[in-house]
Design a protein around this ligand. Structure first.
Ligand SMILES: CC(C)(COP(=O)(O)OP(=O)(O)OC[C@H]1O[C@@H](n2cnc3c(N)ncnc32)[C@H](O)[C@@H]1OP(=O)(O)O)[C@@H](O)C(=O)NCCC(=O)NCCS
Length: 154
């Protein structure tokens, strides 16, 4: 992690944090839709209130003090599932996603595996997860015909 990048738990009870995270999810959902061609993405439809209902915990990444990205995760069986990751287009390729995932892995060293699903066409995300030691465990298509992959780090 460069000295300009920092990661912390997000206080989703704070109204301004919630607004900033929702804006980030919306912007990145549009970015992901551009990359994958899929316009029916969960980040574009789910509210932060829904997400809290699913038991997600949020981490935020800052670059030089500015909010640059977020990751949410939840417990699943003995492991963790990364539910969402969104990096502001202004801070792409600044190592924010890597820092968020690295923070999660260090924070939960006893967890035997971390899973994440993404669109099979999302090359930036797949490249990012692979670089951090994830491998593709499973491929499938949704009922709407979207090709998906599950990546795992064990
Ligand atoms: C995918 C995403 C999370 C990557 O975030 P990021 O902060 O730019 O990633 P990092 O800077 O940590 O990059 C780590 C590695 O990922 C890979 N990577 C990242 N962006 C890439 C791209 N556009 N093309 C190819 N590989 C890419 C590279 O291997 C990169 O390492 P390098 O820069 O040293 O070559 C970000 O582009 C994003 O938010 N996209 C829209 C939302 C999304 O797709 N979320 C994931 C859903 S699970």
């Amino acid at each position: 992690m460069t000295k300009d990048v920092s990661v912390a738990a997000a206080d989703v009870h704070d109204q301004s944090t919630r607004s900033a995270l929702l804006e980030l999810l919306q912007t990145c959902g549009e970015e992901e839709a551009n990359v994958t061609g899929c316009i029916d993405l969960p980040p574009l439809k789910t509210t932060l209130a829904d997400a809290r209902g699913y038991g997600e915990t949020f981490l935020v990444g800052h670059f030089a003090g500015r909010l640059a990205g977020m990751l949410s995760y939840r417990r699943e069986g003995p492991g963790l599932r990364v539910c969402r990751m969104a990096i502001s287009p202004r801070f792409i390729r600044h190592g924010i996603a890597s820092a968020l995932l690295d923070h999660l892995m260090k924070q939960e060293p006893e967890v035997p595996l971390i899973r994440v699903n993404t669109d099979a066409a999302n090359r930036p995300a797949i490249g990012c997860y692979r670089r951090l030691g994830f491998h593709i465990e499973r491929r499938w298509a949704t009922p709407d015909g979207v090709s998906m992959v599950m990546l795992i780090k064990a």
